[in-house]
Write a new protein. Sequence first.
Length: 172
Amino acid sequence: MPACYSDAVSLVALSTGKLFSGGLDLGSLRTFSVEQTRAFVSNVIRLFGRLLGFNCPTLCLVRGAAYAGGCMLAFSFDEIHCYETGTFCCNEVEMGLPLPPGMNAVVQRRMHHPRDVRDMVLYAKKFSAEEGLKIGFVDSIIKENPLTTMHKIAEARAAYSAHRDNFKKLKE
């Protein structure tokens, strides 16, 4: 995270349009050298790690699809809130790609039942926001005034980052 976020009390990510994130642009990656690809993927993994261990509450608002790396990105936040249109899928198996190192553990942390982990990771099952809420990896589905609602949630969580070093340690 850039240094400008060092005074943040809550970090909120959201998307505009129909897509939260479709993950990495595989077409662009094909133009990279092996070294460039390794460096790029390493930076993405570091981003996920920084989100997982960030020293204040992190929340995302998923509108539309969060697939592959986009799903991993959403799963790296402390809380996932969705529009009704939110969908999640780890479709790396369909592309013959492994999950980035450590991300299987992130999926397991989010999805409490081994069957759901299997279905997502091995069979590329697409989970709706409603299914995610039911099995517990989605925190809420926001139907009205999503930006106002996210602002209120972020404000409510802000108090918990008063002791940032401790907040970060509690995430370890």
